[in-house]
Design a binder for this molecule. Structure first.
Ligand code: AMP
Length: 315
């Protein structure tokens, strides 16, 4: 069965990254602890991960400083960039500094630039998309995307504490129209007002989505729906070079798998979660998108095998 295209809406960005200790640069050569103008953004990471499984359509905005070579590379990976608007001005920039544990991080600056006036316009040729990934943008804009697609079959949305704290009402409306919410454990607690993650997930399901994925960084992810809970452990790695984009690669890998198989039942979602974990593990192995941008479907399958082996036990 042919994989169906995925529509991804989100940010495309330049990231300036600071690490607590020197890490290998993207080419694996010299080591630095600061990197500037790294290509990033939620849509970029998610598109690269998803494209290992299915064709991708991206809707985003970039300024005139964003390299055409990156868009070309994305097109070479079956990512349709027709929906990437190029407008005059500077591309969105995020400046992040990682803590000593390489998990916690501070956003030192979020320069919206051309992203400030972003109103997602879904090209006519994308409106039949059945698998939709709403990257972490204002929930009102995520809703605008849903108003422009005809017959979505599975809508996955990412969000973050910023919107949970400031845009509850719009987020509440969004939750009623999506199938899967992907958030981390702190965000789940904040959204539900409940410390226990399982109780928080149950509360979030009452808010509307059919399922919720709670990401727990190096501890993996939990998937909750009406049929129960599934746990996908993260692949233990010797070295985490750059965790930026792991969450977006996770979401892209998850929906990529769904679009490839064209199945959204509980069993398929379990397998999608393991594929999501595989995509995220590749992402963190290099600075920026380098870890995920050139992966093959075969490499993802190989890593899924390694993850499944983590919890194989004799009967
Ligand atoms: P993740 O590590 O999965 O949370 O994703 C990090 C990516 O999200 C970076 O490449 C940033 O450019 C992008 N990003 C950071 N903050 C925002 C924001 N407020 N809105 C949209 N994208 C963002």
């Amino acid at each position: 069965m042919k994989a169906l295209p995925i529509l991804i809406v989100g940010s495309m960005a330049f990231d300036d990254l600071e690490f607590p200790r020197p890490v290998r640069d993207a080419a694996g050569g010299c080591v630095h602890s600061r990197f500037e103008d790294v290509i990033g953004g939620s849509a970029t990471y998610a598109a690269y991960a998803a494209s290992c499984y299915a064709p991708v359509r991206v809707v985003a905005v970039v300024g005139d400083d964003f390299p055409e070579a990156t868009l070309e590379h994305m097109r070479s990976r079956r990512v349709d960039t027709q929906g990437v608007e190029r407008v005059s001005g500077k591309t969105f920039r995020w400046v992040g500094r990682y803590h000593a544990d390489m998990v916690g991080r501070d956003s030192l600056a979020t320069e919206l630039n051309v992203f400030a006036d972003f109103r997602p316009k879904i090209p006519e040729s994308y409106r039949d998309s059945r698998y939709i990934l709403l990257g972490n943008i204002h929930p009102a804009l995520q809703l605008e995307v849903l108003d422009q697609v005809r017959e979505p079959e599975l809508v996955v949305a990412d969000s973050m504490n910023f919107w949970i704290e400031r845009e509850r009402e719009a987020l509440g409306r969004l939750l009623k129209r999506i199938d899967v919410l992907v958030i981390n454990d702190e965000e789940a607690r904040l959204l539900a007002g409940e410390h226990n993650v399982s109780l928080a997930a149950a509360e979030i399901l009452r808010m509307g989505p059919k399922s919720v994925v709670v990401k727990r960084g190096e501890y993996g992810a939990l998937y909750y729906d009406a049929e129960g809970v599934f746990a996908a452990p993260a692949l233990p790695l010797h070295e985490v070079v750059d965790p930026t984009g792991a969450g977006d690669s996770f979401a892209g890998g998850m929906l990529g798998y769904v679009a490839e198989r064209r199945r959204t039942d509980h069993a398929a979602m379990r397998r999608a979660l393991v594929n999501a974990t595989a995509a995220a593990s590749y992402c963190v192995e290099a600075v920026g998108t380098r870890g995920v941008q050139d992966r093959s479907r075969h490499e993802l399958a190989e890593r899924v095998g390694r993850i499944l082996a983590l919890y194989r036990v004799d009967p």
